[in-house]
Design a protein around this ligand. Structure first.
Ligand code: GDP
Length: 421
């Protein structure tokens, strides 16, 4: 249990007695053994006092470590409430840290992402965000734009004192800022895949081996398979982690009959599902040499052609002629395919660099990009117009770190946290 705020010590003194009777206040950041007095019961445990300057929230904080029973937790909370504390709102500890200037808004979102992450790749992306890598880059671009804005404002305020030559070399500077914004946007696809996983849709004719391949890709131990009832046929989804990346597999299943009508419905459904896919696994029965098998068009989606049943042919190598040759039945080539899917999440990601994993950040960056492009095209016009665009870009970037975020945005972000974070 954690208590934060200027009365934290007073609350602690009312409910916790250190075993050596010395006050908790005298031993900052030291774990003290003692007795927790909940009123209707007592427990033995520890308490630590973090003075404001050394606390996550930037306020005096006391943490209690008690036995984790449900009734103990409830009693401990009640005792703290009676001693003057109130229950924290969702994400309030992190919100207070943000309001105290300990974290940027983006850093705080990294904390939430850490808690919600479902794969090592998601955790690594969240850690980078929480650690401030995006904040540093956004602040860098923002400071740079801020300087340009200030010098332009000086030109407007004191036109008679500023000669033409003193005008900052605007075009180059705006292009530099734009290039940095574009570099961040270029990581958004990989960032989304790292955070939520790579979605792979299996498509292909009946009996090509889609279900078998799905099972082979999922493996036996780590697979989670759920059946989602669809309008005409079921969609089967499953996920597995490979090289730290979550792979979400979708099989537009159930098209077993060979009637043309149903067959083409299967293809239509696969194409629809492909719209939400990062990659389509076009499964082809390599022993079936019917015409037109490779002519399926998945609306521009990335396609891996997977030639299945290679155990029935002489193909034994995992990749050939740009295709994957696998045997779902014997498990040949499956690991290579799985790793190639996972590797899609790493594409476009600068090693160790910042990566965009949030729609909110991506949206703000797009607005900054549009404003900077507009600023570039307004350079031949009046300085006022350019200034409007540059300020818009500056504000959009500031929404990411919180510098220019409205209270509503801040509240919406912290309301997605759980209580106690
Ligand atoms: P789907 O209709 O595309 O989902 O295909 P299934 O996964 O149901 O497989 C159709 C048939 O092909 C089944 O009888 C499977 O046992 C068989 N099959 C699937 N993969 C392989 C493979 O790699 N080698 C061989 N020999 N048979 C396979």
């Amino acid at each position: 249990m954690r208590v934060s705020g200027e009365d934290a010590l007073a609350v602690a003194d009312a409910i916790f007695i250190c075993a050596d009777a010395r006050p908790l206040a005298g031993t900052p950041r030291l774990m003290r053994f003692g007795t927790f007095d909940a009123g209707d019961f007592r427990d033995k445990g520890y308490a630590v006092f973090f003075p404001a300057a050394a606390a996550y929230t930037g306020e005096d904080t006391v943490e209690f470590y008690l036995h984790g029973g449900v009734r103990i937790m409830k009693g401990a909370l009640d005792a703290a409430l009676r001693a003057g504390a109130r229950l924290a709102e969702r994400g309030e500890f992190t919100k207070r840290a943000y309001l105290a200037g300990r974290l940027s808004l983006a850093d705080a979102e990294g904390v939430a992402d850490m808690i919600n992450a479902e794969s090592a790749a998601a955790l690594n992306a969240a850690y980078r965000l929480m650690d401030g890598s995006l904040t540093r880059e956004i602040n860098g671009i923002g400071d740079f734009l801020g300087d340009v804005i200030t010098s332009l404002e000086a030109v407007l305020d004191y036109p008679e004192e500023t000669e033409d030559e003193v005008l900052p070399p605007l075009e180059g500077e705006i292009k530099d800022a734009l290039a940095r914004v574009n570099a961040l946007l270029a990581t958004a696809d990989s960032g989304r895949m790292a955070k939520y996983g790579v979605t792979a849709v299996l498509a292909g004719k009946p009996n090509a081996g889609k279900s078998s391949l799905m099972n082979a890709l999922l493996g036996e131990e780590r697979a989670i398979v759920t059946c989602t009832p669809g309008t005409t046929r079921d969609t089967i989804e499953g996920s597995v982690e490979c090289d730290g990346v979550r792979i979400n597999l979708v099989d537009t299943a159930g098209i077993r009959e060979s009637e043309d009508e149903i067959e083409s419905e299967g293809v239509r459904r696969a194409i629809r599902a492909a719209k939400h896919a990062d990659v389509v696994l076009h499964v082809v029965d390599t022993t079936d040499d019917r015409e037109g098998e490779d002519a399926l068009d998945f609306d521009g989606a990335r396609v891996f052609t997977v030639r299945n049943k290679c155990d029935l042919t002489s193909y034994k190598c995992p990749r050939m002629y740009g295709c994957f040759a696998v045997s779902a039945k014997e498990g040949v080539g499956v690991e290579e395919l799985r790793r190639a899917i996972a590797a899609l999440a790493a594409e476009g990601m600068a090693t160790g660099g910042e990566v965009i994993t949030s729609e909110r950040h991506k949206d703000a960056l797009y607005r900054a990009k549009n404003a900077l492009e507009s600023a570039l095209s307004s350079l031949d016009g009046t300085v006022d117009l350019t200034l409007v665009d540059l300020r818009e870009a500056y504000d959009a970037l500031g929404e990411i770190t919180g510098k220019t975020a409205t209270e509503d945005v801040v509240d919406a972000i912290f309301s997605k946290f759980c209580v106690g974070k």
